[in-house]
Design a protein around this ligand. Sequence first.
Ligand SMILES: Cc1ncc(COP(=O)(O)O)c(C=O)c1O
Length: 392
Amino acid sequence: MNIHTKAVHAGDRKKQGDHIPVTTPIYTASSFVYESIETTDKVFGNEMEGYAYARYDNPTNHALEDLCTELEGGHGSLACATGMAAIEMALSTALLDRRKKVVAANALYGATINMLTKVLEPFGVETIFVDICDFDKVAAAIAEEKPGAVLMETISNPLLRVGPLDKIAALTKEAGAALIVDNTFATPLLVRPMDLGANMVVHSLTKYLAGHGDVMGGLIVSDDAHFDALRTLARTYGPTLGPFEAYLAMRGIKTFPLRMERQCRNAIDVAAFLRQHPKVAKVNFLNDPSHPDAATLQRLLPSGLYGAMISFEIKDAGREEVFAFMNRLKLIVKATSLGDVHSMMLYPAMSSHRDLSPKQRERLGIRDGLVRLSVGIEDAADICADLNQAFR
Ligand SMILES: Cc1ncc(COP(=O)(O)O)c(C=O)c1O
């Protein structure tokens, strides 16, 4: 089935007694009872399907999880309170019975880098960062370090680099490591990492999937091999998404492929506008024929869909000039998120990569004049007009 069809049908319309609700209700119950305590006992013991306690599972979350499993093509899913909780759960699951070592892309969301270096490292999990787009370096790191897990983003933030996910999946499989892919930027409309051999896919639901800037959430889609361990760990950790948020996320996902297609189309127009603008020094966008990962992009991305994230460098600009430019924006929202229906701009040096030193940022190619634009569903000409007036 096509992703547009799955988005509006999967997970919903499960029979409840004698009726079928067209959309899944919000189940606020914190626990569930059965006619006989013997049944409750079996549900608690996982001998029988059902709901016992909302930290373990509830029907609203379950519907959302089924929907996301369909979208990403995995065995099962777990909905979490945030994207960060999802990343933590995926890493804990992967490392449960493996070497406590991670090979991670050096270009990751800032908070993910912090989790690895400031939280997991003190707990004895070592991380080796590599340039995930340099296949030889990734292969050498996996061979030398024998990691329990490899962690990467499908499309990196904010420079939009794309590692050879399919080839890395083959390597990790051979090495017995688990491959975890953060697919937040690409979404399953562009890439389905499980189809390419990833073991777990994580999302910040907060972004494109929910898409309206009104809910936080995270999600892990897992293969068969990791699913039971993932759910068992979640019972203990309790990263559970609330049912109101699960409902909102599911409602948002119904229009996600529609929104994303339009956002991708808009982004092509906005990138073209930026490329010809005299105040712009450099544009990072995936439709660039001279993109450093062009061969990988051609292999992994469907034609005509390049995502809806753009980053660009304003000519001769430092922090002060970037702030002045951002303050002049009238339509584009100056906020630290992405993937919403409205366009948003962020200054990586101030937000997503704030905790890195200027030298670390420079090494990653995140210069002082760089801004990141998440293109929304507005009219592309209006977005360009706003940028144009802000450039002055
Ligand atoms: C690529 C990526 N992964 C994970 C996260 C974390 O998601 P959340 O803010 O929902 O915890 C973010 C947040 O911006 C992100 O951009």
